[in-house]
Design a protein. Structure first.
Length: 400
């Protein structure tokens, strides 16, 4: 029987797993603001003018020169380039987290590490405890895996240990997911004493801790804090890192520091996902790390971002409605804004776009009932004067 013209085809159904996973408003806004005259305070994008283009170009040239060039275009080990893992391990060790190359798995961005861990650690229906609010793409990954998300209460110093203990005892999660340094979306940093207590509680209750640390080197104030994985009781902590915020996100290179008990399972998960991360990108990253003073590069990035943070926070004080509050992060890329009670941030986004400014409504970052008066702003992409103008437009949109 011929199908009538323009009749939609009768496709087989799609996977039910995706039905509960919402599209990321951050990614949607990236597409929208890219074609409009909008100052985007939405996406957590590093400043492109700070990318070390010349250094990376030279690194790729070295990776594709000499006797190793053809090897760097071939398939390679799933675990990752040995030289790159040695360089990353040495850097983690210098930052207070003793690490060997064999502890590390190179991933296609730290986001892939989250997906691999959902495969290795979670069965459908397993519970994942997350700080409220939490990183949106992690919530997506856990939801796609069929996990049940349980929020853990927090304050300006991160998750509350007593709330962690209560969630562990009541819900028996398989995983606790945290961004302890300059968290996305709030900018909060987990206090040193709480890191130690979280590690102790996880050990007592048999819970894996996933410590996601893409922002830890972007510190503008205060002292470096030892990771959860470095705590005396931190043996069950999986530490994730990324080249995206200190190098360039387009490389899509991250790593997972894996306890021995979980390492084989995560390696198998990666074999099934993509066999390996790009050989040539890993080789170039190794060349870059071997030849570059990355500490000096990070210092330049921090020197550029700190005044941008200050400019945005100063402008918010002048422009936001009376009764608004916002975080003052010691590092990272984000500040978390709470508008006066009764103001729905999501309903103000279309008005904000009309005024030429974008933000991310806070409701998307919650595992439980969202606080609709919240929103996330990023300050790293624009110069201080542009950030001030963005805050002015945001204030005008909220008053409109």
């Amino acid at each position: 029987m011929n199908r009538p013209p323009n009749h939609p085809p009768n496709h087989p159904p799609l996977s039910a797993r995706l039905s509960g996973v919402r599209s990321s408003p951050v990614r949607d806004l990236l597409a929208l603001t890219g074609v409009r005259d909008v100052i985007s305070l939405a996406g957590g994008l590093p400043a492109p003018e700070l990318f070390d283009v010349e250094g990376l170009r030279a690194a790729y040239d070295r990776a594709l020169s000499g006797p190793g060039a053809r090897r760097n275009l071939q398939y390679a080990a799933t675990e990752g380039d040995v030289r790159l893992r040695e360089l990353v391990a040495a850097r983690l060790t210098r930052r207070g987290l003793p690490t060997a190359a064999d502890d590390l798995l190179v991933t296609t961005g730290s986001q892939q590490a989250l997906t691999l861990l959902t495969t290795a650690l979670l069965d459908p229906g397993a519970v994942v405890a997350v700080e409220e609010p939490s990183y949106l793409a992690a919530l997506q990954a856990f939801t796609l895996a069929g996990a049940r998300l349980v929020g853990v209460a927090s304050d300006d110093e991160g998750v509350l240990p007593e709330a962690v203990e209560e969630v562990f005892a009541t819900h028996r999660p398989a995983v606790l997911y945290l961004v302890p340094n300059f968290a996305n979306p709030t900018g909060r940093t987990l206090a040193a004493d709480r890191r130690a207590r979280v590690a102790e509680l996880a050990a007592e209750h048999g819970v894996w801790v996933v410590e996601d640390d893409p922002y830890g080197e972007l510190r503008y104030a205060g002292e470096h804090l030892a990771p959860i994985a470095a705590q005396p009781a931190g043996a069950a902590t999986i530490h994730l890192g990324s080249f995206s915020k200190v190098g360039a996100p387009g490389l899509r290179l991250g790593w997972a520091r894996l306890p021995r008990a979980v390492r084989p399972a995560v390696v198998v998960a990666k074999q099934a996902a993509d066999l390996q991360t790009s050989t040539v990108d890993q080789a170039a990253a190794a060349e870059y790390l071997a030849a570059t003073d990355l500490d000096a590069h990070v210092a330049r990035v921090v020197a550029a971002y700190a005044p941008r943070r200050d400019a945005l926070l100063e402008a918010l004080a002048a422009e936001l409605p009376v009764g608004s509050r916002w975080s003052r992060p010691d590092g990272g890329m984000f500040t978390w804004v709470q508008l006066p009670a009764g103001v729905d941030a999501a309903s103000r986004l279309p008005v904000a776009l009309e005024h030429g400014v974008a933000f991310v409504p806070g409701e998307a970052f919650h595992a439980g009932d969202p606080d609709r008066s919240t929103l996330r702003l990023s300050f790293t992409t624009h110069a201080p004067d542009v950030l001030a103008e963005g805050a002015r437009r945001l204030g005008a949109a909220l008053r409109a």
